[in-house]
Design a protein around this ligand. Structure first.
Ligand code: SF4
Length: 320
């Protein structure tokens, strides 16, 4: 078996703010093989973005990361600043949601795409950086003239394309896309998803895609991991997980989308009632028990570990 590009073992992330310790991610283990695609799903506050940001150590200083994260053979948590700088953009790059906030408002987008190439020395000089910027803009469907635009002069979809071009600038092996389509309308969302799919094939990228939208992940990723209360509660091949969820939380997520052609389901989708727990005050036993329609007394005894739920499938529920 070849070594995975990304391997995470027992990764926990705890924020130590003024309100005390908040465990945002708890003992997560996952592997992502080279050229593979993994979708991380779950509601807001379940730890997806915190987990993704821990891979390139992009978390705020009050976050403590434990466990092991190996990216392209390097132990990320023990990298020194120079090694970390080299790993960012080249081993892994990230596309954030909300491109308007992720881009510098007082610099042209062309300059911002060229900057990582010049800093990392992937191009010999400014002229080559400009050429490559135009090439990247073309690849994400933007005309060369857009290089001279400032972020506020572009539409939401164009800004998201700029972020993707920027992430590809140093030809990373791993592309982390954190809710890249959430702020976009449906048409633009479909275009950006198609673009990511094409780029993945062209550049042989490994993709880690994060969103609360299971249907988007099923389209974009071969494998799926569902997070709840900071832990993975189900994982497996996307179509199988989406088509036949084993964990009650995944069932709720899958059912929480309106049915096309049924306007009543738009206003009241079946699926999940209530909210996810606050990371600092998790319920006793299975953290999903207050919202779970199948909960019994036995669910209060201990938090279930992941169990085999089929070929290449696992789920953390006592009913599995
Ligand atoms: Fe529901 Fe119990 Fe399974 Fe948790 S362990 S998901 S509460 S049935």
């Amino acid at each position: 078996m070849t070594e995975p590009l990304l391997s995470m073992r027992d990764v926990s992330v705890t924020y130590h703010g003024s309100g005390g310790a908040v465990p945002a991610v708890r003992r997560v283990s996952l592997d992502l093989e080279r050229g593979g695609s993994l979708g991380l799903a779950g509601e807001s506050g379940c730890g997806k973005s915190t987990l993704a940001n821990s891979i390139l150590r992009l978390l705020p200083p009050d976050a403590v990361v434990e466990g092991q994260i190996v990216l392209d053979g390097k132990d990320v948590l023990s990298l020194r600043p120079g090694g970390l700088r080299a790993a960012r953009w080249t081993a892994g790059a990230i596309v954030f949601q909300g491109a308007l906030h992720a881009l510098n408002p007082v610099q042209t987008v062309g300059r911002q795409i060229a900057e990582p190439m010049l800093i990392h020395g992937t191009v010999p000089d400014e002229e080559a950086a400009e050429r490559r910027t135009v090439e990247l803009l073309g690849r994400v469907g933007l005309p060369a003239a857009r290089a001279d635009s400032y972020p506020h002069q572009l539409s939401g979809g164009q800004r998201q394309r700029v972020l993707i071009a920027m992430a590809l600038a140093c030809e990373p092996m791993l592309l982390i896309a954190d809710e890249p389509t959430t702020a976009l309308d449906l048409m633009v969302q479909a275009q950006v998803l198609r673009l990511l799919e094409e780029l993945k094939e062209e550049h042989d990228l490994t993709l880690l895609f994060i969103t609360h939208d299971l249907s988007v992940l099923t389209y974009a990723c071969r494998d799926l991991a569902v997070m709840y209360a900071g832990r993975i509660v189900e994982d497996g091949p996307s179509w199988e997980v989406f088509g036949g969820p084993a964990h009650p939380y995944t069932k709720g997520l899958a059912a929480a989308f309106p049915t096309i052609g049924d306007p009543s389901s738009r206003m009241a989708p079946s699926g999940l009632g209530g909210d996810p727990p606050m990371p600092g005050s998790l319920p006793v036993g299975c953290p999903f028990n207050p919202r779970c329609p199948y909960a019994t007394e036995a669910c209060l005894e201990a938090e279930p570990e992941l169990r085999i739920a089929g070929t290449d499938r696992r789920a953390a529920c006592i009913l599995v």
